[in-house]
Design a protein around this ligand. Structure first.
Ligand SMILES: Nc1ncnc2c1ncn2[C@@H]1O[C@H](COP(=O)(O)OP(=O)(O)OP(=O)(O)O)[C@@H](O)[C@H]1O
Ligand SMILES: [Mg+2]
Length: 307
């Protein structure tokens, strides 16, 4: 049992970038990079690196990379006792080829294995999960699973990270069951039906989420920062202008990790949002989705010095 349990996806991300212009039907010289991903996994890794007590509930295939992904999580202190290895299956993989400007040219997504996180699988791990102070769900999970989790764990706060606009749709019918949520602008638009172009639109989207029953809302706004809202307070926090950004990918996942930690530590919503921004600033200094340099000491240093 752990303070925080994350139920979600573990991916193996394989990314190829050519040295020159891509030539089709040919073999292109380039660099191939392999990393562990999946929003649930990334959130889990960030929580662990920030010193949180965290377990992950997920599935991997019986391939080498799946075992490696599990081992790596265990090494950084994650409880992996509820990550099941499925025989004769391959782990979720995301294979992308970039063009010479580092934009994605084509990608192939093999994530069927996530369907093996079924209500029955949740039921088998029910006591373990129910022992947590907060449960995180990611948008990779099926609609059925999201609704089932909300029913099964009534009374325990549930946090939801929608992952993407396309995946956010699945949560529309069980939104009210989430205690906290961290959509980005696009995801908030899909969840609420409000197209977001202005600060007022952001406020209206947060209103809508509160009306549905969500208690704490964090809408991350990319370079515009974040909007936080609960019954007692609300506000925008803008990023500092001296950020060192190598890659913004994964900034949102580190933000979600601090929402979980803030909840466990009883931190108010504004201070939690500030922690999220500080975590995002660390995440963006790395070219990888999760910065291996993520740690609580550095996060607190940035909070106290406002950088
Ligand atoms: N270009 C940027 N400049 C400054 N801060 C940024 C930028 N992009 C992201 N951030 C910071 O990261 C936080 C989360 O980013 P974002 O809104 O992009 O989430 P996201 O789309 O869920 O990210 P991802 O899914 O890639 O992890 C923002 O609240 C902001 O503090
Ligand atoms: Mg995100």
């Amino acid at each position: 049992m752990a303070d925080i349990t994350v139920v979600g996806g573990i991916n193996i991300d394989i990314e190829g970038s050519p040295f020159g212009k891509l030539k089709y039907h040919d073999s292109n010289p380039g660099r191939v990079h392999l990393a562990f991903g999946g929003v649930g996994r990334n959130i889990t890794e960030n929580v662990a690196r920030l010193g949180g007590d965290v377990a992950m509930v997920s599935v991997v295939g019986d391939d080498r990379m799946g075992q490696e992904a599990k081992n790596e999580l265990e090494t950084i202190g994650v409880d992996i006792s509820c990550i099941r290895t499925l025989k004769n299956r391959n782990s979720a993989m995301y294979l992308s080829i970039l063009d010479d400007r580092k934009d994605m040219e084509v990608a192939l997504c093999d994530m069927d294995i996530i369907q093996a996180i079924t209500p029955e699988f949740l039921e088998e791990n029910k006591d373990f999960i129910a022992g947590s102070g907060i449960i995180a769900l990611d948008g990779n999970l099926s609609e059925e699973l999201l609704c089932c989790a909300v029913e099964m764990f009534k009374g325990i706060p549930i946090f939801f990270d929608p992952v993407s606009g396309a995946k956010a749709v699945k949560a529309k019918n069980c939104l009210g069951g989430f205690e906290s949520i961290k959509p980005n602008m696009i995801e908030a638009g899909i969840l609420t039906g409000i197209s977001i172009y202005s600060d007022d639109d952001v406020r209206r989207a947060a209103d809508r989420l509160l009306e549905k029953g969500v208690k704490r809302v964090f809408i991350t706004l990319n370079k515009e920062g974040v909007y936080y809202r609960d019954a007692a307070s609300e506000g925008f926090i803008r990023p500092a202008d001296n950020l060192r950004i190598v890659s913004a990918t994964g900034a949102g996942d580190s933000f979600s990790a601090t929402v979980l930690l803030g909840s466990i530590q009883g931190i108010n919503i504004e201070d939690t949002a500030r922690m999220g921004m500080a975590a995002a600033s660390i995440a963006m200094e790395s070219g990888r989705a999760v910065n291996t340099e993520m740690n609580m000491q550095e996060l607190l240093r940035r909070l106290n010095t406002n950088v």
